[in-house]
Write a protein that binds this ligand. Structure first.
Ligand code: APR
Length: 325
């Protein structure tokens, strides 16, 4: 049931549910509507917040010139038949808190959210944004039994966007000309790949010296923490929302964009039974395929070290879950 029964429905429109109407979720809802991508259902556990935010967004429609409906709710029944469900519910990092500190708090919320959402949208594609991302996506997949092409995590696009920004700032060139590629976990052991990061096709290894590249790589690894340290009372949300939106657009519009996505690997890159960021083609059915890049020994061992770090957190989470059961 719509909260805006008088709004005329002109034609079938794709529907995206965003669970968690906080900073990331509400900014994402705004991006989706203003880019005219889909109708949005914004769901939160707190009464009134998603309803208020969606009414506010609806009231901007005449100015922003789009016709998307934005529904705010606390009830999963309103999310029925969504094409895509994005999970941003959980808590962001506070100063001094690592992504891993968030682990137990967010694991329960994510598992609860996907389990409820899938009952109403069994055919949807699911994108997890809540941190620690790789582990949350693994748990969500485990809880729902979704095939790996229909459940994924958003992190690599954001990490790559940060690397792209720092490269463009260092060289004084347009970020639109910079393509950056970051694989691995969404954490301190992420794997920025300078060889596959280019300015209009020219690898940055030909434009910057090794020490400068290492400095940019380090800043990318600390990209989230840098913002947390500045804001003190919250974490990044504009770029995370934009990064999620790129994935939604590629899926909804069947663009087959090649994006770094946290996905469940079954032997690719020599990794099994783990969710980690690797390049994937995103299209109508979700992950169309995983691209296996040629990595040097150093790059490959960095990716495996990243996977080991995820595995460690995952094992600890499952241990604690079992103890508490
Ligand atoms: N069901 C639905 N919503 C929930 C639940 C739940 N069980 N638990 C918490 N929420 C909601 C909160 O009420 C809040 O509105 O999730 C929202 C989280 O919003 P913020 O605190 O503003 O956090 P945000 O900055 O949006 O980050 C959300 O995305 O990038 C990641 O690290 C970030 O894990 C964090 C997540």
């Amino acid at each position: 049931m719509s909260y805006f029964p008088d709004t005329p429905i002109l034609c079938h429109s794709p529907r995206i549910t965003v669970i968690g109407a906080g900073k990331v979720g509400s900014t994402l809802a705004q991006r989706i509507a203003e880019k005219n991508l889909a109708d949005v259902v914004l769901l939160d556990i707190v009464q009134g917040i998603p309803q208020g935010l969606s009414l506010d967004l609806m009231e901007a429609r005449g100015i922003e010139l789009h016709h998307r409906q934005i529904i705010g709710t606390n009830d999963y029944a309103d999310t029925s038949d969504s094409d895509i469900v994005v999970i941003t519910a959980g808590f962001p990092r506070k100063p001094g808190m690592s992504r891993d500190d968030l682990l137990l708090m967010n694991a329960k919320i994510v598992v609860d959210s996907v389990t409820k959402a899938i009952a109403y949208s069994p055919n949807a594609i699911y994108i997890v944004v809540t941190n620690p991302l790789d582990v949350m996506t693994y748990l969500a997949r485990q809880a729902t039994g979704l095939p790996s092409d229909r459940i994924m995590g958003m992190a690599g696009v954001l990490d790559s966007a940060r690397f792209q920004t720092f490269i463009s700032m260092e060289l004084g060139v347009s970020p639109s000309d910079v393509n950056a590629m970051v694989l691995g976990s969404h954490g301190d052991l992420m794997v920025p790949l300078p060889r596959y990061s280019t300015v209009n096709g020219i690898p940055i290894t030909e434009l910057l010296d090794a020490a400068t590249i290492e400095r940019l790589v380090e800043r990318t690894r600390n990209g989230g923490a840098e913002i947390v340290a500045l804001m003190q009372t919250g974490s990044a949300f504009f770029a995370p929302a934009s990064s999620t939106c790129v994935m939604l657009e590629s899926i909804l519009q069947n663009q087959s964009r090649l994006l770094p996505v946290a996905t469940y690997l079954q032997g690719e890159y020599g990794l099994k039974d783990i969710v980690i960021g690797v390049p994937c083609y995103l299209a109508n059915n979700g992950i169309k395929s995983v691209l296996e890049l040629n990595l040097t020994d150093v790059e490959m061992s960095a990716l495996h070290a990243s996977a080991q770090a995820i595995r460690k957190i995952l094992d600890r989470t499952q241990e604690v879950f079992l103890i508490r059961k």
